[in-house]
Design a protein around this ligand. Structure first.
Ligand SMILES: Cc1cc2nc3c(=O)[nH]c(=O)nc-3n(C[C@H](O)[C@H](O)[C@H](O)COP(=O)(O)OP(=O)(O)OC[C@H]3O[C@@H](n4cnc5c(N)ncnc54)[C@H](O)[C@@H]3O)c2cc1C
Length: 329
């Protein structure tokens, strides 16, 4: 595996995460451009069966250990450090999710190499890996070259479609690796499942999502009106939930729900990567924001640069009028 591109396969409670396949697809592209193999590294407990789902890689290394059963970054980084010291890959791609958050940073400390996080794309330029990273909630993009080997690259969800990283058969080589792990200082005590919400956002065709740009709780009525007119439900970005304006069951994003409605209307939402992660696969995205440079416009199919509080009544009225015409036609 010396000189290979490695991908950390993220699994959680016995299921492979979608981001694993996305990251494998990206890893495959850069490995092919560099003319080197792609290796998946899986850490977990009873991981052998899951290792068989990683056929997009040329080979799979899996580490089976009871301390790796839960997604705690410290033992995972410890295990990876041992595998990497032994196999010396060219780069390791680590999915950057709540499950794997912290792994790339802890690993870089252990190996004494740089970690480049928040990468949304990787390219090969003159034989070197170049990362396109997002900063400041998606407002700035920077190009980074990781100095030293192995390069540790934290990959943002959505870098490639997951389907490109799936394979119908297992990799030709699946090898178990044994590591020695210390008892971690951080332990997962229990999972707290989200409360059953009044509305299941993941089943809605239309979501009207509201962000900090709505200014005040008093304006939520305008948002509810629009949702009612469209036959949809109201969702929110994290600040709206943190302020208690909507319940947690309505939060979309990294620490909320992932949704794929037919229509997603983002009202006064900046489009930070943590929010976009949860709604980027919506069928049609319409954004209203007073800042023409808001990152949400990078993924919106239609954008309205306007004050959302001023625009909502006329938008709702116009949609309502259209719908009543089409109902009577
Ligand atoms: C580990 C982690 C997990 C996270 N998980 C989530 C998550 O699950 N979901 C989530 O949403 N965020 C999450 N975040 C937070 C995320 O980084 C952003 O801070 C958040 O998404 C910003 O919410 P916002 O767009 O509503 O607010 P802001 O970023 O403050 O944006 C407000 C927007 O409203 C616009 N605006 C202001 N006034 C008006 C007006 N009158 N009319 C129209 N537009 C206006 C502004 O131009 C701006 O673009 C997470 C962050 C971390 C670190």
């Amino acid at each position: 595996m010396t000189g290979s591109i490695c991908v950390l396969a993220e699994q959680w409670r016995g299921h492979m995460s979608e981001v694993t396949y996305e990251t494998l697809a990206l890893g495959r592209e850069v490995a092919d451009q560099l003319g080197i193999p792609l290796t998946a590294i899986l850490t977990g407990s009873n991981a052998r069966e899951l290792a068989r789902t990683l056929g997009a890689a040329d080979s799979v290394l899996y580490v089976d250990h009871p301390l790796l059963a839960e997604p705690v970054p410290q033992p995972c980084a410890q295990a990876l450090a041992q595998v990497m010291a032994d196999r010396r890959p060219r780069a390791l791609l680590v999915p950057l999710t709540n499950v794997s958050l912290g792994v790339s940073t802890l690993l870089s400390i252990r190996l004494g190499v740089a970690a480049v996080n928040f990468c949304k794309d990787l390219t090969v330029v003159d034989g070197q890996l170049r990362a396109l990273c997002v900063m400041y909630g998606g407002k700035i993009e920077v190009t980074v070259e990781a100095g030293g080997e192995p390069a540790i690259l934290g990959i943002w969800p959505g870098a490639r479609p997951a389907d490109k990283g799936r394979a119908s058969r297992p990799a030709s080589t699946i090898e178990q690796i044994t590591v020695a792990l210390e008892e971690p200082r951080v332990r997962l005590k229990k999972y707290i499942d989200p409360e059953a919400g009044d509305v299941d956002l993941s089943r809605q065709d239309v979501l009207v999502a509201v962000g900090r740009g709505i200014q005040s709780r008093d304006n939520l009525g305008l948002v509810e009106e629009l949702a009612k007119t469209l036959g949809g439900a109201v969702a929110g970005s994290r600040p709206v939930i943190d302020q208690g304006w909507l319940p947690l069951s309505r939060q979309v994003g990294k620490s909320g729900l992932t949704v794929r409605p037919k229509l997603y209307i983002a009202l006064g939402i900046s489009g930070a990567p943590e929010h976009v992660e949860g709604m980027k696969d919506s069928g049609l995205i319409v954004a209203v924001n007073s800042d023409p440079r808001a990152p949400i416009f990078n993924i919106a199919h239609y954008g309205i640069v306007a004050d959302v509080v001023e625009t909502l009544p006329s938008l709702t009225a116009a949609i309502g009028a259209k719908r009543s015409v089409s109902h009577h036609a």
